[in-house]
Write a protein that binds this ligand. Structure first.
Ligand code: FE2
Ligand code: FE2
Length: 260
């Protein structure tokens, strides 16, 4: 039962699953996941198409592609470090096993995309950091959980699974990467195949890890509340990135030097 003394700030409201913020009894795992999924779709469906991903509203040119790939190389590195944070604190051994697998796969993605970027004449080195405030805020969310430090490590694992696996990777799997594949199909067939054959199947597993962690281990009202709160934080931050990308691409399209 929810502790009436805890003040719970709702991040989003007016969506399916609002009740997860103040449950009297925990939902069964399947019902909980169903509500989170409905909440996610309802949120994104309320946004225009060019705010549902950062791949809409511009054409992939070779220079913009190198700019995107450098950011993606960095993202894979971050995606390798984030599961390690859960692996270290998870009280659930089964969850550790899944995150060990994910770290391995994100490391593989890092190498594949970095090597391809270098083949395209792009650069990658340790000085790289994304030049994009909203993007960095989203990364701050999944690495630092909006500066929250839970004494209950179960909450940390649930929050991380909600933000990265269920939230970001889940949306990548359902919506963003299929769109990206269509965009690059005729621009870069090698990159298309890297995504189609390796990265997308792996991301599907990473999304399933999120479903598994939330469905199997968020078994109390408090843990289910943490899950929905962090899904909401992810939706807000992710949407902010997509909105900001519209202006970013316009500037980049005119600014990019030919050797960037
Ligand atoms: Fe990845
Ligand atoms: Fe992933």
């Amino acid at each position: 039962m929810s502790d009436p003394n805890i003040f719970v700030k709702k991040i989003l409201s007016g969506l399916p699953g609002d009740e997860l913020y103040a449950l009297e009894q925990p939902e069964p795992g399947k019902e909980y996941l169903k509500l989170l999924e409905e909440r996610r779709w309802s949120f994104w469906n309320s946004k225009p198409d060019d705010e549902k991903s950062h791949y809409q509203g511009y054409d992939v040119t070779p220079e913009l592609l190198k700019n995107s790939l450098a950011r993606q190389v960095h993202a894979e590195l971050a995606a390798m470090h984030a599961p390690n944070l859960s692996l270290q604190v998870s009280p659930w051994q089964e969850v550790k096993l899944w995150y060990a697998r994910q770290m391995n796969e994100e490391g593989r993605h890092f190498r594949l995309i970095r090597d391809h970027l270098l083949e395209l004449g792009g650069t990658w080195n340790d000085d790289y950091a994304p030049d994009f405030a909203e993007w960095n805020q989203l990364f701050g969310l999944f690495m630092n959980l909006d500066n929250h430090f839970f004494l209950d490590k179960r909450k940390e694992v649930i929050a991380r699974a909600a933000v990265l696996n269920f939230g970001i990777e889940g949306w990548d799997h359902l919506y963003v990467q299929p769109l990206f594949l269509k965009k690059v199909e005729h621009v870069d067939s090698t990159l298309h195949d890297i995504y189609d054959e390796v990265i997308m199947p792996d991301e599907t597993i990473h999304y399933q890890i999120g479903q598994f962690v939330l469905g199997e281990y968020a078994t109390t009202t408090e843990l289910q509340r943490v899950g929905v709160e962090y899904l909401d934080r992810q939706l807000v931050a992710h949407h902010r990135v997509n909105v900001a990308f519209k202006g970013y691409h316009e500037v980049k399209q005119s600014d990019l030097p030919s050797d960037s």
